[in-house]
Design a protein around this ligand. Sequence first.
Ligand SMILES: *[C@@H]1O[C@H](CO)[C@@H](O)[C@H](O)[C@H]1NC(C)=O
Ligand SMILES: *[C@@H]1O[C@H](CO)[C@@H](O)[C@H](O)[C@H]1NC(C)=O
Ligand SMILES: *[C@H]1O[C@H](CO)[C@@H](O)[C@H](O)[C@H]1NC(C)=O
Length: 474
Amino acid sequence: MSLKKLLLGLGFVTTTSLLSYICYKENNQELKKKEEEIENENENENENENENENENENENEKENEKEKERRREKKKKKKKKRQKKRHKANKKQKIIKFSKSAEMYEPPKRLPKSHSTGIISQGEIPFDKKVYIIYTGGTIGMIKKKGKPLTPDPDFFKTLQSLPFLNSRYVPSLNYDNTIKPVDSTNIGRKEWLVIANCIKEVYNEYDGFVILHGTDTLAFTASALSFLLGNLSKPVVVTGSQIPLGGCRSDGLNNLISSVLVATYSMIPEVVVVFNNKILRGNRTTKRSSEDIDAFVSFQYPQIGTCGIKVAVNKSLVLDYNKKPLVVYQEMEKEVIIIKLFPSIENVIESIYSHPNLRGVIIECYGAGNAPTSEKFLSTIKKASKRGIITVIVSQCVTGNVDLSTYKTGNDLVKAGCVGVFDMTTETAFTKLMFLLAKYDDLEFIKKLMPISLRGECSDNLETSSEVFVVYN
Ligand SMILES: *[C@@H]1O[C@H](CO)[C@@H](O)[C@H](O)[C@H]1NC(C)=O
Ligand SMILES: *[C@@H]1O[C@H](CO)[C@@H](O)[C@H](O)[C@H]1NC(C)=O
Ligand SMILES: *[C@H]1O[C@H](CO)[C@@H](O)[C@H](O)[C@H]1NC(C)=O
């Protein structure tokens, strides 16, 4: 049995190999034929002009001429094709050259495609734009002299102008404001906010965006204040600074500055924003969170509106709608507003706090959802003040969550005493907003009504109360 199988197997192997050999030979012959044919064709083609010398001229002349013409036409067609290809390649090269030259750059007329997905991205560096830079002081522009603390660099703009990158023709054209005397941001307040707002007002029509270099300590207050002082803003106002001076080793200043300049060129952000450590945050939602980290700012209650990654991208659904109305710069802010933080046994001093002459507004950072002591002393002090025309606004000591004065009895008592809760508004924003509203309106009840609703996207308010007065950004 096994021998038979073996023989059969051998037979099978030999027949298959024989067959495949034959096939191979046949294939080979076919291949050879084909090769010969191709060679013949080539020979025919190569014969061209000097071909027919050996042949009978009379018989073949006409046919040859016809063939020659055919070949010439073929050649012409091939040439044309080649030229077209070259032309296309040249065109591509030209486009590359084109975008490298500042003089010839044309800004894209349409938004990038990614716009439709809700993300606006900064495709190319828009060096045809103009940005105005205001230095108010702060770490970014400070220098350290031997044995002395950090102080503002009087020649900061010269330093900036000497930075090779900022002088490149690929960067937006920058202009520097030298009318403001740089101070530490701890010394910036109401007066300085008005000065900055008016600085912007003076050159508003000449520039595409504005960058305010600021110390980090009160940066969030300034961003909030500006967001109220600049009504109908239609261009980006970017507030930035740095944790390490620009001249320092490992400084975050250059990145913050350049990112801010790029964001400031983008007209789709008609807001005051804070750009810091590659984050783009809504100005009046920002809080300083760290005195140590490079990542110094957060927006706890509102999503980050954009990111400076490989692209500078902004989430379209998170920024305000573009408006074409003329800028309104408000010129006043009430100065008699204070912030107090609730602490156990505050009852003992609350009266003396409220007895401050000319006091017009108080921001109280309460516990949790807006809770405060229910003692008679505490509540009656606030009640009396309210009757005297002092507005008390309740924010939370917690960085996330809402002030809701309807949840607990303590909150209810505060409302009865005349306080107003402002949901998820930051202390910085509540403070600057109250200063703004007290200067703008006389009617205290109207101010109380406006405090918790969104004038400029500064809080996630209650739709019902707001729809009657202002467009809500939710
Ligand atoms: C925006 O402009 C309109 C029309 O000029 C004006 O009525 C309105 O008060 C302005 N809004 C703000 C917030 O200033
Ligand atoms: C943009 O923001 C909206 C609202 O917060 C969010 O739903 C959406 O996912 C964001 N888009 C991107 C791409 O981050
Ligand atoms: C708060 O106010 C501004 C006013 O300019 C408004 O555009 C925006 O909704 C809010 N946020 C920021 C930072 O601009």
